[in-house]
Write a protein that binds this ligand. Sequence first.
Ligand code: PLP
Length: 399
Amino acid sequence: MMDEGVRADEARYVMQTYKRAPVEFVRGDGALLFDQEGKEYLDLLGGISVASVGHCHPRVVEAIRAQAGELLHVSNLFYTAPMVELAKRLSESSLGGKVFFVNSGTEANECAIKIARKAARARGVEEPQIVSFASDFHGRSYGSLSATPGLAENPDFGPMLPGFRSVPVDDADALREAIDANTAAVLIEPIQGEAGVFPVADETLLAARHACDEVGALLIFDEIQTGIGRTGSLWAYEQGPVRPDVITTAKALGGGTAIGACIGNPVTGEILGAGDHGSTFAAGPVAASAALAVLGLVDDPVLLRRVRSLGAAMMERLAEMDGVSEVRGRGLMIGVGLEAGIDAGELNASLLEKGLVANAPRPDSLRLLPPFVLTDEQSDRALALIADCLDGYHPNESN
Ligand code: PLP
């Protein structure tokens, strides 16, 4: 039961941009969440791919506590060791170039857009274009929103920025046609998360890489949801056929603190110079220390193997359930397509009532983004709850 006072105050004082589920969480531990009455929930959403090492992982909590007692903030006008160490670690674990820090996924993409436009202008392009997939999600500030066609169409917030165009997802021919001498970058999610977990085909990724190379455009992967081990490798691109020129990350990077990064290769990491970009809070000592603790846990072959094997086992069992039409994804980034007549929002609400947190990004799909510390027993329990709820739609077959 929700505390009615909290619900009423939220309605009175918080801008009503979210349709919140009627639960107030007060504590998290690993893959478990607890509401204000002490009811336990299995968390298969992980704060939308943020709590990947689990809620309140002791090493993350300790890193935050230790740093909070030393120094909280000085701005980016000065050096701080956690920020520099984190940049080194991110660079060396990915594209090998320089890093720009931010506070969110949206801002990481803003930085990538700036890099792409500046690089295009340097090669004489007067009207640089960024190409994305029509069903991509890149964020909600004006640059990243303009690269998110589904939201950019909303006339309430126009005009969007010029210089953005989109093609249908996974249409390699349309993508090739859209890329020309004015293209500054192709900015895409290698696996679309908010759209409902749709991996982009290798053929399309290869087409994007080749077309970008032909015209001198940058290939930018938004790894905000797919990165930090979510797909079973530190970055999703490692399991695909191409290497991007820039990647953006946020979400799980900070283990629950607000931090993101735009990571370049040895060329793209040099494009922004003094005064080109900035952020007051980015990679402050506490968030950077938390991120170092997260990377220390996730950049581990044993844990990444566990993400791949647990993900594959869960996907296999989900695919066998009555009511499931398809299962999409990689590692522990899982989209569950539902048969016609099963409303994902309704199913998600029933699961929540039974103590399982998931998400319905579209009316025909559930999305699961569990913490990597989910145990076999917790996974069994979660799958049994999903099967049980789905059986409600097929009463005759289950009896
Ligand atoms: N890009 C992707 C792929 C995302 O999934 C998200 C958030 O869901 C964003 C960008 C925006 O990140 P943030 O909400 O941290 O600004």
